[in-house]
Design a protein around this ligand. Structure first.
Ligand code: GLP
Length: 241
C-alpha cells in the first residue's frame, strides 16, 4: 500500500484529483469507481474546477458508484444518485448514460445486483476505484463480517453506520436499513484503488487498516493484499499511527 500523507483536507482532495485526472488523461476510455460520503466532496469540487479550466474531459469516461440506499428513488435528495448529480455529474461533460449507480428503488434488488456486476464486467472492469473508509472499516456498504469474495449485493446496514450517516437525514429513523453495494470481491478487481481518509475521527480506523491483521471483521483490511492501493490521509487521520 502506497501512503501519501498530506497536511489537510484541501491537499487531500487536490492529491486525489491529480490521480484521477492522470487516469482519465492517460486512457481514451477510463472506467472510474466512485464513492459518496463527506470525504470525496472536495475531490469532486477539484475535478469540476479542472473540467472548467479545460484541463480534463469526462466525455469518454464511464463511472460506477459503489453503493446506493435501498428503497430510495433517484430524485430523493437522500439518494446517492442525487448526491452524485448535485456534487459532480451536473457540472461536467460526463454523458448521463455513462454514469451508473445501483438502482435503489428497483423492484427486484437481487436481479439489479447481478446486472450491475455484468455491466461492470462488460465495461472492462474499474480502472480506478475511489474509496472512503467507514469508522468500523466498511468500504462501500460492506459491513464487518462481509465475505471477502462477495459480489454486488443487498446489505443490512449496521446501527453504527446508520448513526454515522444520520447527519444527512432529518432523523435517524429516516436512514434506510438496507442498501445495495459492490462486493469486496468486486472492489478488489479494480486495477487501482485510491483510498481517502480525513479527520481525527478516522484515526483508529487508519491504524487498524495499516497495522491490523487482514480479517473480514475489518473489511478495508483486505486492501493490504491489493496490488495497487494509494492511501491518502491528512495529518489528523494519521494521529494514532
Ligand atoms: C458511507 C458510504 C461509504 C463511505 C463511508 C465513509 O456509509 N457508504 O461509501 O466511504 O460511509 O463516509 P464519510 O466519507 O462521510 O466518512
Amino acid at each position: 500500500m502506497e501512503m501519501i500523507s498530506v497536511k489537510n483536507y484541501d491537499e487531500l482532495s487536490k492529491k486525489a484529483c491529480e490521480l484521477l485526472v492522470n487516469q482519465v488523461k492517460n486512457s481514451d476510455s477510463s472506467v472510474l469507481g466512485l464513492a459518496t460520503g463527506s470525504t470525496p466532496e472536495g475531490l469532486y469540487q477539484q475535478l469540476i474546477n479542472e473540467y472548467r479550466n479545460g484541463h480534463v474531459s469526462f466525455g469518454h469516461v464511464t463511472t460506477f458508484n459503489l453503493d446506493e440506499y435501498a428503497g430510495v428513488a433517484a430524485d430523493d435528495p437522500n439518494s446517492y444518485r442525487y448526491y452524485m448529480n448535485e456534487k459532480f455529474f451536473n457540472h461536467i461533460d460526463l454523458p448521463d448514460e455513462q454514469a451508473y449507480l445501483p438502482p435503489g428503488d428497483a423492484v427486484d434488488l437481487e436481479k439489479e445486483c447481478h446486472d450491475y456486476e455484468t455491466l461492470i464486467a462488460d465495461s472492462g472492469y474499474v480502472d480506478l476505484q475511489v474509496l472512503g473508509l467507514g469508522l468500523n472499516g466498511h468500504i462501500g456498504f460492506n459491513e464487518p463480517g462481509t465475505p471477502f469474495d462477495s459480489r454486488t449485493h443487498v446489505v443490512e446496514l449496521d446501527e453504527s453506520t446508520r448513526e454515522a450517516n444520520a447527519r444527512f437525514f432529518p432523523s435517524i429513523d429516516d436512514v434506510p436499513k438496507k442498501a445495495l453495494t459492490m462486493g469486496i470481491g468486486t472492489i478488489m478487481e479494480s486495477r487501482q484503488v485510491v483510498l481517502l481518509v480525513s479527520g481525527s475521527k478516522k484515526a483508529d480506523a487508519v491504524k487498524q487498516l495499516v497495522h491490523g491483521k487482514v480479517t473480514e471483521d475489518f473489511p478495508a483490511s483486505i486492501l493490504q493484499k491489493h496490488q495497487n492501493v494509494t492511501l491518502i490521509t491528512d495529518e489528523a487521520a494519521l494521529s494514532k499511527l
